[in-house]
Design a protein around this ligand. Sequence first.
Ligand SMILES: [Zn+2]
Length: 141
Amino acid sequence: MKRLNNIPVKNGKVRIQCSNCKKNHYYSVAPGTRKKIVRCRKCSKTTYCIFNHRQQHREACAVRAEVIIHTTRKIQTHLCNVSLTGIGFIVNSGTLRSFHIGQQIVVQYKATYGKNCTRKARVANVSPDRIGAQYIDISIS
Ligand SMILES: [Zn+2]
């Protein structure tokens, strides 16, 4: 049986392409379902599917974060993207001046699956719509 990993779930649905007849079908996936064997509605070939319910870009857009600068000053932000190497966030124009390239910051946020994340990072770029920072610690997640 063909196995597909890391299939993104969108609005409770996945699109699976049959490995045999190449026909695309949509299937419903319940929120807690991590894997499922689906059967092609055309040729009946089965595929073993492993789902990815977490989509970083969607997750990040809804996440509020706190950025700590000068050790004690906390600034409320929204994350706009999270990657393995860094983080992007949005601040209001009044606090934008508090950031500069090369500055060391601490970012704290709660991931949608409930885990608190604290990362040290260095500011790599500053623009009105996004501040980008690269992690300088070792991943603790
Ligand atoms: Zn098929």
